[in-house]
Design a protein around this ligand. Structure first.
Ligand code: PMP
Length: 428
């Protein structure tokens, strides 16, 4: 039987296909953004009568809203495995969280990243050293250790270092060896920021158990609405940095001529302006639900679905599945994301055809991880001896996905590769 650990707020819309069939649209694009959970919608609904301005009023509505916002911060801290001294700053999303951290780095901090990062973890750093895309988790750890040793030899012990790394790849779903990377980083006095945007919807995020210094997530990938993310982690750099945004809420005092401003400490320092309370409360409701619902049962079911998806797609002639760590064969090493390409088909045409003709939504492109996606497409071309298209497709699953969705996609891709689905045939 189909398993779910989280009910969704709305059923899938119905799609009317060109041949007259009516089907529930199969959304297989959870890695881009997840549908909203029922508990998230309910949390917003519950707060509606109490809607007021956070931290800005003595009235009951403002007080209640402020309480809800701060309680959400604590629930999310618990969900992320924060230590008591960690700071939890609300941001717009993971991209915003990484940019906030980049803004808060002490002067001259060098950030080490792998070239395979999502652009949110690859691009924000003022001074970056980019490591080649590794072929295995062990190679990632060894390569990071070598690079850190070389940087320390060159720059000395005092240079602040940050390692930014993704916990689960949004291209391959592969899970990275975070604890081992943290161990290496800390040996060399480097801090670690973990991009858990893709891991958090699928696996436990545990800042304390990893020993990592910062973690970032996006609410909209965690079944909450758009516009709320989190940066959590060590307070010292954040409290020493200039405010991310200057304005009301971030100050504890401004003199009459505004010549002197005392900036707040704690999360308020970086949260100027009226915050996204609904986003925070919705995200916290999902975090609470994911902590108490049957995560183990869901994880086992998700693994079954992932394996079925990957095996089904791999078996279609001409389809190449993209992987960075090809020898890690167990689907438990990955979250429910499978990217693929078909040597004979333009990926955008195929994705449009899947949507229009079969009512199935997948992502197409280079997934905001251009160096990694291009590299994996080139690898697939070499491996199969057939040139791959310039972009790839990505199917990703989550709460509400069933075997039927997976089977529909596999059958549709098998059918699609049999025919020409060039743009002339696609009617939008
Ligand atoms: N990191 C990873 C691994 C992601 O998959 C994404 C979203 N595709 C991001 C960061 C950025 O998330 P957002 O767009 O919510 O800022």
């Amino acid at each position: 039987a189909d398993v779910t650990h989280l009910d969704l707020a709305a059923p899938a819309p119905e799609a009317v296909l060109p041949d007259g069939r009516r089907v529930a649209f199969a959304n297989l694009d959870y890695a881009a953004t997840a549908p909203v959970a029922r508990v998230a919608a309910e949390a917003v609904q519950e707060l509606l009568p109490w809607y007021g301005s956070v931290h800005r009023g003595a009235g009951a509505l403002s007080q209640k809203t402020t309480f809800a916002y701060e309680r959400a911060r604590q629930t999310i801290a618990d969900f992320l495995g924060c230590r008591p001294a960690d700071e939890v700053v609300f941001t717009r999303n993971t991209t915003d969280a990484m940019n906030l951290l980049a803004h808060a780095l002490p002067p001259e901090t060098l950030t080490l990243t792998f070239l395979g990062e999502h652009h949110a973890g690859l691009l924000p750093w003022p001074r970056a050293h980019r490591l080649p895309i590794p072929g295995s988790p062990a190679e990632a750890v060894a390569s990071l250790a070598d690079a850190l040793a070389a940087v320390r030899t060159r720059d000395g012990a005092a240079r602040p270092l940050l390692v930014a790394v993704t916990a689960a790849s949004n291209v391959t779903g592969e899970i990275w060896p975070i604890a081992a990377l943290v161990e290496q980083a800390h040996r060399y006095g480097a801090r670690v920021a973990v991009d858990a945007a893709q891991l958090a919807p699928h696996r436990t995020v545990d800042l304390a158990a990893w020993g990592a210094d910062y973690v970032a997530v996006s609410g909209h990938k965690l079944y909450a609405p758009f516009g709320c993310g989190v940066l959590a982690g060590r307070a010292d750099w954040l409290d020493a940095a200039p405010p991310y945004l200057s304005g009301g809420g971030a100050t504890s005092s401004v003199t009459d001529t505004a010549a002197t401003v005392v900036w707040a400490h704690g999360p308020a320092r970086h949260e100027a302006g009226t915050p996204n309370v609904f986003g925070a409360v919705a995200l916290a409701a999902v975090c609470a639900e994911l902590t108490t619902s049957d995560g183990v049962g869901w994880q086992a079911y998700e693994t079954v679905l992932s394996k079925r998806l990957e095996a089904g797609l791999s078996a279609i002639p001409g389809v190449a599945v993209l992987r960075s760590f090809p020898e890690a064969t167990e689907a438990t090493d990955r979250v429910g994301i499978v990217s693929f390409a078909v040597s004979t088909h333009d990926s955008a045409d195929l994705a449009r055809w899947l949507s229009v003709a079969e009512g199935i939504g997948v992502r197409e492109g280079l997934f905001c991880a251009h160096p990694l996606s291009r590299r994996l497409l080139a690898d697939a071309g070499r491996r199969t001896g057939r040139p791959m298209p310039a972009t790839a497709l990505r199917a990703s699953i989550g709460a509400g996905t069933t075997e039927d969705h997976v089977d529909r996609l596999v059958a549709a891709v098998a059918q699609g590769v049999e025919k020409s689905v060039g743009h002339n045939e696609v009617r939008l």
